[in-house]
Design a protein around this ligand. Structure first.
Ligand code: NDP
Length: 287
């Protein structure tokens, strides 16, 4: 807990990360572009820096929790030389290629770089259920692991700095499609006078239970045999009735049309007797 840490960016997330560091006893320096946001942290024991330059000079580990890749460059490009020899842990949301770009920039300037993707909302930081995905410098990940673990479960995905972001976006893809599916279902039953709140009470345990199917799909995908026994066939999974019922309710069927199209492509290619996991092939091979 003696490691000096700087946090750049005290938005909702940066403030949560900094709070966890201060509470654990790390000498913590904080900086934010617009003033005022450091006050609560200073009251907890953090030191406020007035410039990114002073903030960077204060610590061996610099955490960036800004807005996007452009804001990371805007803040850090002018202080690149001061960052040399320090570790930069960038948890700002960036695309995989942007993360790789920042990693290359860091390497040019002798900065040790670890890219992070936060799988939590601010109030979850340091609480059960929070995790942060990392890729980039293995040395930095291992050396600063106790510090990183203050925010949640830390997972490391290798030296390619873009992988944490890729993984993060892959998990968010599943989340958004699930959310859209839930809202689609709520719209389907709305015509029958069912409130979204009532529907949510039934949908939440149902969808939670259905996550039990992931491992089976994964085993089929990894095994490469979509005809392996014990699976629900693609023909059986045809969503025609579901699409028609939605249309009969007068709602958009776009959410389920997407899945139906993925199924139909495999059925039309002659794979109707194979398992549902086969739509993975539709996804891997775009038309
Ligand atoms: P906020 O909007 O609350 O804060 C954004 C922060 O970025 C502020 O400190 C803001 O400074 C700063 N900022 C924006 N543009 C610039 C710039 N050009 N130069 C300097 N500072 C800048 O966002 P969050 O704290 O919620 O999010 C921060 C990062 O964490 C984002 O990349 C977000 O995607 C990621 N994240 C957030 C999650 C969440 O649930 N909130 C979850 C997972 C990741 P100022 O106060 O001056 O405007």
């Amino acid at each position: 807990t003696n490691t000096k840490v700087t946090v750049l960016g005290l938005g909702a997330m940066g403030a949560a990360l900094a709070t966890a560091l201060v509470r654990a006893g790390h000498p913590t320096t904080v900086w934010n572009r617009s003033p005022g946001k450091a006050d609560a942290l200073v009251a907890l024991g953090a030191t406020a820096a007035t410039t990114p330059r002073d903030a960077v000079l204060a610590s061996e580990v610099v955490v960036a929790c800004l807005f996007d890749a452009a804001s990371v460059h805007e803040v850090l490009d002018p202080v690149a030389d001061l960052l040399a020899g320090r570790a930069l842990v960038n948890v700002t949301t960036t695309s995989p290629d942007q993360s790789r770009g920042i990693a290359a920039w860091a390497a040019e300037h002798g900065v040790v770089y670890l890219d992070g993707g936060i799988m939590a909302v601010p109030h979850m930081i340091g609480q059960p259920g929070s995790s942060v995905l990392y890729s980039g410098s293995r040395t930095a990940f291992e050396r600063y692991r106790p510090l990183l673990d203050l925010w949640g479960e830390s997972a490391y995905f290798g030296e390619d700095a873009g992988v944490a972001s890729l993984y993060d976006l892959a998990l968010l893809a599943g989340m958004y499609v699930m959310f859209a599916g839930f809202l689609h279902g709520a719209a389907m039953v709305a015509g029958a006078g069912v409130s979204a709140t009532e529907f949510a009470e039934r949908a939440a345990p149902w969808l939670s239970a259905m996550t039990g199917g992931f491992a089976g799909f994964a085993a089929v995908v990894d095994g490469g045999d979509y005809a392996a026994p014990g699976q629900q066939s693609l023909e059986f999974s045809d969503l025609g009735d579901m699409v028609a019922a939605g249309a009969a309710q007068g709602i958009s069927t776009e959410v389920v049309d997407v899945v139906q199209a993925l199924i139909r492509r495999q059925v039309e290619a002659g794979h109707g007797k194979e398992g549902f996991a086969r739509i993975y092939e539709s996804i891997r091979n775009p038309v």
